[in-house]
Design a protein. Structure first.
Length: 165
């Protein structure tokens, strides 16, 4: 369960974003309006998708263009798999976000794969790789629901004041 599954859990809808058993099925920007309050934009994953180098480069350019030209962007929820150390591509994206001064919230996904001790160890290791403080990470699992409510609250806080959601 990956990015689209977490998006569905976040908005409490089973099939808002299309899910797949294999990673990397999101190929374009998918925009979802959430209760007249905010937009969530699902960008292609660039890490473990089985795609050509050309397609991976297209994903990277799409993400770069989106970040560079989206004036109303309030922040980024950056999904990283808790089972893996950040890749070079992850670190490059992190540097782009820092250069743009984009508020970032890291959602570590697939927390259900580990017990609490290993989860804490993996979270600390990933934060060390990224150089981020602990208050910028939420450990989540779309499968178990762990951290999803906390992530929802953080996204709404990032979106800014508005009526009830």
């Amino acid at each position: 369960m990956g990015k689209s599954s977490l998006l569905n859990a976040l908005v409490r809808r089973r099939a808002l974003a299309r899910t797949s058993k294999s990673p990397g099925k999101t190929r374009d920007c998918n925009v979802y309006r959430v209760q007249e309050r905010l937009y969530l934009v699902d960008l292609p994953g660039y890490g473990y998708a089985r795609v050509s180098r050309t397609e991976r480069r297209r994903f990277s350019e799409l993400i770069e263009q989106y970040l560079a030209h989206r004036q109303t962007l309030r922040g980024v929820v950056w999904l990283l798999d808790i089972r893996r150390d950040p890749s070079t591509a992850d670190l490059d994206l992190g540097n782009r976000l820092v250069a743009r001064a984009t508020p970032v919230l890291v959602a570590l996904t697939k927390a259900d794969k580990f017990g609490p001790v290993v989860r804490r160890e993996r979270t600390g290791a990933i934060l060390n790789h990224l150089g981020l403080p602990a208050d910028q990470v939420i450990v989540t699992s779309a499968r178990s629901g762990a951290g999803v409510d906390d992530l929802r609250e953080a996204v709404l806080a990032l979106a800014g004041p508005s009526g009830p959601v």
